[in-house]
Write a protein that binds this ligand. Structure first.
Ligand code: GLC
Length: 645
């Protein structure tokens, strides 16, 4: 039937095409989402408008430009009226990884003074990736990463961690945490799986909301920090888990799966959102929408208008440069699509001049620039900025809270009944280099971006599992034999083996299509250690430090207990709290952590929706079972690393 034969269809098409809804499918994209009502504060709006009127074009462009602290001086902040800065992973004051809280605050005060001279009454805001504590700062408590917090399922704990993180960040004169990540990961090959709370949208929504509430608690009185809902949107839905790749999902799944965390964050009053490096293709209409940083429908029509988000959208690191036709230092398209702050760490000066010119030439409407600056001012005036609370040690550390998070995050995947908890007078052989490696215990985003090129000396406040066992059992009862080749296990009551992924962040942690999830293949030294101690007269308790579920059947078969420990962070005592019977005859808590991702039964089970995993979402043992399967897990030969595409 043609349109001529179907006048009603013609009328509908004309109607929709005039509204544009049919033309580009916008309506189909927006329709699965709720309509939220804006909640404006008249006094705040008046203050914003009054401040906006005082700004020149250059000052406005300075507000939307975000350089990295290694690339700008306070004098340049003054000269260009820069309104925000960041330190990236591995960016420290004076480029000194041992910079003290006082040195962080001193630098912040210098940048702030310069900014306030350039734009009186409009403070500068400093952003940092505080994703598991104030993790760029030596001496700060490091919490378990989000994948571990997902295993706790504990909303109050996550909120308290947000508060503690905010206190540490504020104590160093920093105002903005680029957290929480709200990814609902679909393929655990993604190098950022550990930044996600899990595969269940409802869990991500609940914990993400709590994280924002904790981080932004006390924003007006100098305690809280700005939180960041990131990375908008569907960063965890890319094909094969390829970082910054292509997410192919329907508008309905975009809303109900990948969008769940954003609705929670908006309900918590989140003031900033970070755009995702990834791209989106609408799998219902087969429409490619390109890079998120250039997507006006999702950033403006959906987030800012339909969902009534009045805060600011910040780009990711040179993220605008990935938009078709753009360069890192020149991208009117991204700003016109809805980016309000451009994170342009090292090319900021060229960006500044190009953007001033773009506005002068009308390629960026002044109304759009004003809207971006209005949003920035609204965020800044929603918090108290210059007061940096004193950097007392208490402000930086929360060891007991972190220790509790470790305890509650551990997931027991295998257990010979009665083995755990170890007795308080047990004599144990500890094997696996990671048992005394704080870098492996902390994971990515720890002092450095990748969590590598660090040593235990970079974590003076932290306790390794080995040190915690020595504290708990007495040094004389704990022997460390990193590769397990020196001591005879049958001289001991138990062996504690620690296996670990090498720390990573972002794409560097992606499992490539030439690899698979078999831990033994990617870390053969771990398999060798276990081989040396298994079945040698002492039971083996194996802990795995990892940022994702992994295929470990061969390793679990060499263990009498197998624990998913994720990346516990600085408080190794949280591990011994569960491994060893509490002192003084207190009741043993057992294992309360339950998986927030399925645990693979095969090396190619990458999906968060595997039909027959070893353990499903919610899986895990308490350790108090009187009967638990210790039947050997199947160990098919690993035919080849390459899994079906
Ligand atoms: C990184 C990450 C983002 C982080 C930002 C600043 O590339 O994608 O999560 O907040 O850059 O370090």
């Amino acid at each position: 039937m043609t349109m001529r034969q179907n006048p009603l269809g013609l009328a509908l098409a004309l109607l929709l095409s005039t509204t544009g809804a049919l033309a580009d499918g916008t309506d189909a994209i927006l329709q699965p989402w709720p309509v939220r009502q804006p909640q404006r504060d008249a006094a705040l709006e008046a203050r914003v408008e009054a401040a906006l009127k005082t700004l020149s074009l250059r000052q406005k462009v300075g507000q939307i430009t975000q350089p990295e602290i290694r690339a700008i001086t306070p004098d340049e902040v003054r000269e260009y009226a820069i309104g925000t800065i960041l330190n990236g992973g591995g960016g420290w004051p004076g480029q000194d990884r041992a910079a003290t809280p006082a040195q962080w605050r001193e630098l912040s005060d210098k940048f702030q003074a310069a900014a306030l001279q350039a734009t009186p009454g409009i403070p500068l805001i400093w952003g940092t990736d505080a994703v598991h504590g104030h993790n760029n700062l030596r001496g700060a408590t490091l919490f378990p990463h989000n994948i571990a917090l997902g295993a706790t399922r504990n909303t109050d704990l996550v909120r308290d961690i947000g508060r503690a993180t905010a206190r540490a960040v504020r104590a160093t004169g920093v105002h903005w945490a680029f957290a929480p990540t709200l990814a609902v990961v679909q393929d655990v090959r993604w190098g950022r799986t550990y930044e996600s709370y899990g595969a269940d949208p409802a869990l991500v929504k609940r914990l993400g909301q709590a994280a924002v509430e904790g981080l932004q608690d006390g924003l007006k009185d100098g305690r809280g920090v700005l939180a960041t809902a990131k990375h908008y949107i569907a960063d965890g839905g890319t094909r094969r888990g390829i970082d910054q790749g292509l997410a192919q999902t329907s508008p309905a799944d975009l809303a109900h799966v990948h969008g769940a965390g954003y609705l929670g964050a908006l309900d918590a009053g989140v003031l900033t959102v970070m755009a995702s490096f990834s791209s989106w293709t609408d799998s219902a209409s087969f429409t490619p929408h390109g890079k998120m940083h250039g997507n006006k429908t999702l950033m403006t029509d959906l987030l800012k208008e339909r969902l009534a988000f009045d805060g600011l959208i910040v780009s990711d690191w040179d993220g605008v440069g990935q938009v078709t036709g753009c360069k890192d230092e020149d991208c009117p398209q991204a700003i016109n699509a809805g980016i309000d702050v451009v994170m342009v760490p090292f090319k900021w000066k060229a960006f500044f001049h190009n953007t001033v010119r773009a506005v002068e030439q009308g390629r960026i409407p002044m109304a759009r620039l004003d809207d971006a600056v209005r949003r920035i001012l609204r965020v800044k005036f929603s918090m108290s900025v210059p007061t940096a609370v004193p950097a007392t040690v208490e402000a930086l550390q929360a060891p007991e809270l972190a220790r509790r998070a470790v305890r509650e995050s551990l997931v027991l995947l295998k257990h010979r009944p009665g083995l755990l908890p170890l007795k308080g007078n047990a004599r144990v052989l500890v094997v696996g280099a990671a048992a005394d490696s704080l870098p492996h215990q902390a994971g990515g985003w720890s002092i450095t971006w990748q969590g590598r090129d660090t040593t235990n000396a970079d974590f003076p406040q932290a306790t390794s599992l080995l040190a915690a066992l020595r504290q708990r059992l007495g040094a004389a009862n704990v022997v460390f034999d990193a590769d397990g080749s020196t001591h005879d296990p049958k001289q001991f009551d138990a062996v504690v083996a620690v296996l670990a992924e090498t720390p990573y962040a972002e794409g560097e942690g992606d499992v490539r299509i030439t690899e698979n999830l078999r831990h033994s293949r990617r870390h053969p030294q771990d398999a060798a250690v276990l081989q040396r101690v298994a079945g040698r007269g002492a039971p083996v308790v194996t802990l795995l430090y990892s940022g994702r579920p992994l295929y470990v059947n061969d390793l679990a078969n060499k263990s009498d207990a197998f624990i998913a420990a994720w990346q516990p962070g600085s408080e190794g005592a949280g591990l011994t709290d569960v491994l060893v019977a509490p002192a003084g005859g207190k009741p043993w808590p057992g294992f309360t952590g339950r998986l927030s991702f399925p645990w693979p039964a095969g090396p190619c089970q990458f999906s968060s929706h595997e039909a027959k995993p070893w353990w499903p979402v919610g899986g895990g043992l308490s350790g108090k079972e009187t009967r638990a399967s210790t039947r050997p897990l199947p160990e098919p030969a690993d035919p080849q690393p390459i899994c079906p595409l």
